[in-house]
Design a protein around this ligand. Structure first.
Ligand code: NAP
Length: 323
């Protein structure tokens, strides 16, 4: 089967499409014929081995794992021992090991059925970005029905799900930041008010919020704290990959430390794989309360260039690799 492989850290030139043998199937896992995989900043961080913070697990001098890719949609072709809920032929989506390949294996507990009438590519787009958005709002942000929510970075992978999930969870008001060229489709996803960050509209706010989800990381944390209503939460998700040592974590750790002795609640999020949350996201996809906005689909050979495009930080919605 064809798969993306690399033996060193670096730019997209380090990624090659090669023929490899499928990995052995471990108990608790299934093998998938991959239909579509989606790209996240996760892939370019792993491609570059940056920030250095990740090297203890990813490999110090070169990548421990030669493959790439987590988000997947596919069809089950083989079922490992101890798997009871999936059978050959099931169309599923979720989290896999090295999904940028024609075939990949995944833990059965992190796969859920693709809802009827949902395109595999639209399901493949969801896992990492959708889990991050859901867990940021519901768990870390303690969002409740009626909450006033501000989402900074609403046109990206995480942000466009966050706008819709906030609506689906019953937000009273959703305000979203993006650049003007993305304003109309982000408003269509359910934002009540759009702030064009390129025109300084985030820095001039006259509203208070119960939950702020900061995905873009372009605004001072002290100012964002001042926008919180009493009892509100600021959730720090990501930001520009500046700083080779800590990357976006520089700002997040700094913000958490500076906020320790203040009244406002400031928290980070670290998305975790969850079958229950994937099932919830699947039900939202199925009932139409959440949809994936696909910027472009590319073939496996063009995945390295697509990862480089994502690294530039201005892809609207999701990039999909279709096998
Ligand atoms: N903590 C976690 O568990 C976790 C999980 C997933 C992702 N993340 C992090 O979250 C961040 C976003 O991930 P993603 O998948 O959404 O990335 P993405 O899809 O690459 O985000 C790109 C989007 O960000 C927008 N953007 C860039 N600068 C902005 C700004 N200053 N204000 C508002 N929007 C801005 C761009 O819109 P324009 O073109 O309009 O500028 C573009 O649409 C990354 O830093 C990622 O590493 C963290």
């Amino acid at each position: 089967m064809r798969a993306i492989r690399r033996s060193r850290y670096g730019g997209p030139e380090t990624l090659e499409v090669v023929d490899v043998d499928p990995e052995p199937l471990e108990p608790g896992r299934v093998r998938l014929r991959v239909t579509a995989a989606s790209l996240n900043p996760f892939e370019w961080h792993h491609m570059r081995g940056l920030p250095w913070l990740m090297r203890p697990t990813s490999g110090w001098r070169s990548p421990r794992n030669p493959g790439l890719g987590v988000d997947v949609a596919g069809v089950v072709t083989e079922v490992g021992g101890e798997v009871v809920d999936l059978t050959v032929g099931d169309a599923v989506f979720g989290v896999a090991r090295n999904s940028l390949a024609e075939s990949a294996t995944a833990r059965a507990e992190y796969l859920v059925p693709i809802p009827e009438d949902v395109e595999p590519a639209h399901a493949a787009a969801v896992p990492l970005a959708g889990l991050t958005a859901l867990q940021a709002l519901r768990d870390r942000g303690r969002m409740a029905a009626g909450s006033r929510v501000l989402i900074l970075g609403a046109a990206g992978g995480v942000g466009h799900y966050a706008v819709q999930i906030a609506r689906a969870l019953g937000a009273g008001r959703v305000v979203a930041s993006c650049s003007g060229r993305n304003a109309s489709w982000v408003a269509d996803l359910g934002a009540d008010r759009i702030l064009d960050y390129t025109r300084g509209e985030v820095e001039d706010l006259d509203e208070r919020f119960d939950v702020i989800v900061d995905i873009a990381g372009g605004t001072r944390i002290g100012y964002l704290r001042s926008l919180l209503a009493s009892g509100g939460s600021l959730v720090l998700v990501g930001g520009p990959g500046e700083g080779r040592l800590l990357g976006p974590a520089t700002r997040i750790f700094g913000g958490l430390i500076a906020s320790r002795f203040r009244r406002e609640r400031v928290v980070g999020v670290n998305a975790t794989w969850s079958g229950a949350d994937l099932a919830l996201l699947a039900s939202m996809l199925g009932n139409g309360s959440v949809r994936s906005v696909i910027h472009r689909e590319v073939g496996l050979a063009d995945a390295p260039a697509a990862i480089a495009e994502l690294e530039d930080g201005h892809v609207p919605g999701k990039l999909i690799v279709r096998m």
